[in-house]
Each structure stands twice: as structure tokens, then as C-alpha cells.
Design a protein around this ligand. Structure first.
Ligand code: DX5
Ligand code: ZN
Length: 225
């Protein structure tokens, strides 16, 4: 049964102006975003450092949209409670971040949050199949995580198709999200491959706040069957 959800655009604030993050979150909310994507990096699992739970907590009052928090950290378990307390609505962990992804997802769900699992471009689909039933979201990384503004890796389209089939076979309303290098010119391919949730950083924040609504709409318009 087709479990594809309504299209959701989740702008990554990694490409926002970090000196004005609250304002930026308000601006993308007003511009028609459906979620707020927060990239958390630890300088260990990925070669960059970004946002911690205190920043998430400070941003939360700036939008009623769900906060879609992508943890690129290892170990992850010691920080789950802090991100949930800070207001994460979806909390997504990398399958490569440790040996106990099942336990991490259970911990997130037990605390009443939506749980997500994600896999790097070099990680096979099979690595997440055993935990799909614990997930509310599966995130396909279409760049190697760590930085915004990279090019989409086309081989990930097949992974999206295979995960769409796996989710439909399971018959649960799990969001299938794609993150990295998505722009209006490839968002249609991503959508038609079976994704329903699109992260975009540089494509949304390009040109400053006066362009956000048009940038989001251009991605939305590209997502046609
Ligand atoms: C990469 C991050 C992405 C990134 C997306 O590690 O997880 O969310 O910010 O940015 P763009 O859309 O510019 O590739
Ligand atoms: Zn991300």
C-alpha cells in the first residue's frame, strides 16, 4: 500500500545567517516551510561543529512548525534526552553512529518523540531495514554529511526507490526524507523516486529573506508526478 505522505519542505538552517537564527526561523516559517531542519554536528562523526541543544531550545519559540533534528554525532545516546527536552519533534540518528541504533530509536520513541534513522551515501539500504518498524522517518543522505552546499549524489535515487518499496511493504506512514544538494532542478527526481520530505539548505536560503517564499515554492512546484 502506498505510504507516501504529503510533501513537506524542511529548510536546513545550516545555510541561515547564524547571527540571526531566530529571525531566520521566523522567516522560513512565514515563507511556507513545513518543518525546520536542524543539523547537529560534533566534529567527530562529521568534520564540522554546529548546533547544540541550548540553541534548539532558544529557537523553539520562534516557530510552531515541527523541529526536524538531524544528529550527526557519536555517541548519540548520552544526548537524546537533552535534545528532546530542548523541543525536538523528530529526532534522527545515523545508523553508522554506533552499534545500538535499535536502542537509540526505542529511547526516542519511549519518550514520546518521533524517531528517525538516517544512512550515509555509502551505507546500504539493508542497514536500516531491521529498524524500520521503530521509525517515523527515514532520511537518505544524498551528500556526505558535514557541510551544506554540496552536489547531490545521483546514486542515492535508487536507494530512495528501494526504501519507498520497503516502507510501502511495511504499510506504515513513515516519512521518507532526502537531505543534501536538493534544488528545484532535481527535486522532481527525488519526489518521483518516492521521497515525500525534502531538506534544502542552500536552495532555500539563497538570496536572503525576500527570496525564501519563492525558493520554497520552486522546490514545491518541481515535485510533480
Ligand atoms: C549536511 C546536512 C544538510 C545540509 C543540506 O550534512 O545534513 O542538511 O545542510 O544543505 P544543502 O541543501 O545546501 O545541501
Ligand atoms: Zn541534515
Amino acid at each position: 500500500m502506498n505510504q507516501k505522505q504529503t510533501l513537506a519542505i524542511s529548510p536546513s538552517i545550516l545555510s541561515a545567517d547564524f547571527a540571526k537564527l531566530g529571525e531566520e526561523v521566523r522567516a522560513i516559517t512565514a515563507a511556507g516551510a513545513n518543518m525546520v531542519h536542524v543539523d547537529v554536528m560534533d566534529g567527530h562523526f562529521v568534520p564540522n561543529l554546529t548546533i547544540g541543544p541550548d540553541v534548539l531550545k532558544a529557537l523553539k519559540p520562534h516557530s510552531d512548525l515541527p523541529f526536524d533534528v538531524h544528529l550527526m554525532i557519536s555517541p548519540v545516546d548520552p544526548y537524546i534526552d537533552a535534545f528532546l527536552a530542548a523541543g525536538a519533534d523528530y529526532l534522527t540518528v545515523h545508523v553508522e553512529a554506533g552499534p545500538h541504533v535499535h536502542r537509540s530509536l526505542q529511547a526516542i520513541r519511549d519518550r514520546g518523540c518521533k524517531a528517525g534513522v538516517t544512512l550515509n551515501p555509502g551505507t546500504p539500504v539493508e542497514s536500516v531495514l531491521g529498524v524500520l518498524d521503530l521509525c517515523d522517518l527515514v532520511l537518505v543522505m544524498s551528500v556526505n554529511p558535514g557541510f551544506g552546499g554540496q552536489s547531490f549524489i545521483n546514486s542515492q535515487l535508487e536507494k530512495i526507490q528501494r526504501l519507498r518499496a520497503a516502507i510501502d511493504a511495511l504499510g506504515k506512514p513513515i516519512r521518507l526524507e532526502v537531505d543534501g544538494g536538493v534544488k528545484p532542478d532535481n527535486a522532481g527526481d527525488v519526489w518521483r523516486a518516492g521521497a515525500d520530505t525534502i531538506v534544502a539548505g542552500s536552495a532555500v536560503f539563497a538570496g536572503g529573506p525576500s527570496k525564501y517564499a519563492a525558493n520554497i515554492q520552486a522546490i514545491r512546484d518541481a515535485c510533480r508526478d
